[in-house]
Design a protein around this ligand. Structure first.
Ligand code: NDP
Length: 504
């Protein structure tokens, strides 16, 4: 399989690599040490962005600014309706710059431009949802504690939040965190992935335009070790909201424990789609192709395991191959592309090794299995490994590429057992027209989300997050703002002292 990246696209991707600075205390700034980064477009193999990278000193500057804005600035003290107005204005500004933001995410992450547009529209919707929650956050009161006592539970913002995001959904994932933290009255330090920072920096520009006070949202660019680690350890930070790999997530929780910070973790997944013979098989085939290859499989929610009833496995895979052949892998800037490029050459090599190792373990390459020669950038063919056994690495470890593992079952108990045989617990899909089957599986699997006869839909109203080693806590949903708050109990005593401690 070959692919040609045309020169017009190369020129468009290249059109003046922009240089992006950090936002600290309302000012655009380079790092104190003078570190620099650059991004080579995965789809085109050319430099498309340059960044001012920060270090510990810049994290410190950002933490001081965020602390000051929290203790002395107007943001936590404003009416919720005023904070909501800033979030709504930000959503409008996101809409007005949608094309530009989508293009930044497409050239830096390699995702197809059509998909990127949808993600930016989805992000604006989440900012609006967070604005609505800002105004409904409230505490509790207890007038049932006796005539002399009134108990009140306030919800106060947790403080300064460090927000750390990955490269696969740069603009969407920050939207799952930042607006909710802001809605609660928190201040923040945000670090996007070193590879896909541009759209987050542009968001900083929009926030300032929307009227966010200085120091409330600080954006520090750079690597995990140079920047992220210090954001996790800094004594002025109260909470960590992290999305990324389970490996780094565990290290982050351990580091945050030293100062007992609140943590929210969205980590990896090895998600199963379980297909029973009575399902709408045409729909299930389409969803299986989508689940495996959407965002080139570089997706925490990827349906990277197909658990299929042995009676229908052969026909299902034949239909899958037919549909997968229609998936257009191509230039992220091409309107026709369904799947774009792989994030880096090193990651492409890692995906290739996972396929080779699986074959050595006894699995078979049913479809694809190799990179696509393109002359520029790096691309991987949609790949299916059949004959996978649950003990193989390809069945248990996250590949984070367009590689589907197929496992077969006979009885429902076996399907559930297979689905459960990984350390992850992010999401799962069940395909059956039988209510009993669907309910049994949906209740048995330990994942944060289960889709029944659909896959990978998402709504701001519905909580999202993982069980087991896929995470801690939930994002989105009606409690998303509350998660960035602390409960404070106040007890009001009325009248003469009722219980003297020293005899009176
Ligand atoms: P990483 O865990 O490598 O990185 C995530 C973020 O953490 C990046 O900004 C990274 O910085 C930063 N980081 C790295 N080391 C440290 C450290 N020691 N301390 C603090 N921060 C650090 O993940 P990827 O970026 O490779 O993203 C892919 C992973 O994200 C996959 O495993 C995927 O499953 C998971 N993911 C989970 C989602 C969910 O909601 N559950 C959604 C999307 C992705 P940098 O890379 O810039 O050096």
């Amino acid at each position: 399989m070959t692919l040609t990246i045309d020169s017009a696209s190369l020129i468009e991707a290249k059109s003046g690599p922009r240089r992006w600075q950090m936002l600290i205390d309302g000012k655009w700034t380079d790092g104190e040490v003078g570190l620099e980064g650059e991004r080579v477009s995965p789809g085109h193999g050319i430099v498309v962005s340059r960044y001012a990278f920060g270090s510990e000193a810049d994290v410190n500057r950002a933490a001081i600014a965020a602390r000051r804005a929290f203790h002395r600035g107007p943001w936590p003290r404003m009416k919720a309706s005023e904070r909501a107005a800033v979030l709504l204005k930000t959503a409008d500004l996101i809409d007005s710059r949608r094309e530009e933001i989508a293009r930044l995410d497409a050239i830096e992450s390699g995702k197809p431009i059509r998909q990127a547009r949808g993600e930016i529209a989805g992000a604006a919707d989440i900012w609006r949802y967070a604005a609505s929650l800002a105004r409904t956050l409230h505490g509790e009161s207890y007038a049932n504690l006796g005539d002399h006592m009134l108990g009140v539970v306030l919800r106060e913002p947790v403080g300064v939040v460090s927000i750390i995001t990955p490269w696969n959904f740069p603009f969407l994932i920050v939207a799952q965190k930042l607006p909710f933290a802001l809605a609660a009255g928190c201040t923040a330090i945000v670090k996007p992935s070193e590879m896909t920072s541009a759209s987050t920096v542009l968001l900083g520009e929009l926030l300032m335009q929307a009227g966010l006070p200085d120091g409330v949202c600080n954006i520090v660019l750079g690597t995990g070790p140079e920047v992220g680690q210090h954001m996790v350890q800094h004594p002025s930070v109260d909470m960590i909201s992290f999305t990324g790999s389970t490996r780094v997530g565990k290290a982050t929780v351990a580091a945050a424990a030293q100062t007992l910070k609140k943590v929210s973790m969205e980590l990896g997944g090895k998600n199963a789609q379980i297909v029973f013979p009575d399902a709408d098989l045409e729909a299930a085939v389409d969803a299986a192709v989508f689940g495996a290859f959407f965002n080139a499989g570089e997706c925490c929610n990827a349906g990277s395991r197909l658990i299929i009833h042995e009676a229908i496995a052969k026909d299902f895979l034949a239909a899958f191959a037919e549909r997968a052949a229609k998936v257009r892998v191509g230039d992220p800037l091409d309107e026709a592309s369904d799947v774009g490029a792989i994030i880096t050459p090193a990651h492409l090599a890692k995906i290739g090794n996972a396929v080779t190792d699986a074959a050595a373990d006894g699995a078979s390459v049913f479809l694809g299995g190799a990179e696509i020669q393109s002359g520029a950038g790096q691309y991987m063919a949609p790949t299916v490994m059949s004959g996978v056994k649950p003990e193989m690495a390809i069945a248990r470890d996250e590949v984070f590429g367009p590689v589907l593992s197929v496992l077969e079952f006979d009885r429902i108990e076996e399907a559930i057992h297979l689905a459960e045989s990984t350390d992850y617990g992010l999401s799962a899909g069940v395909w059956s027209r039988d209510l009993d089957t669907a309910v049994t599986v949906a209740r048995a699997v330990r994942t944060g989300t289960v889709w029944v006869n659909t896959f990978m839909d998402g709504y701001p109203e519905l909580p999202f997050g993982g069980m087991k080693q896929s995470g801690l806590g939930r994002e989105l949903g009606k409690n998303a703002v509350e998660d960035y708050s602390e409960a404070k109990t106040i007890q009001f005593h009325r009248g003469p002292r009722t219980a003297w401690w020293v005899g009176n």
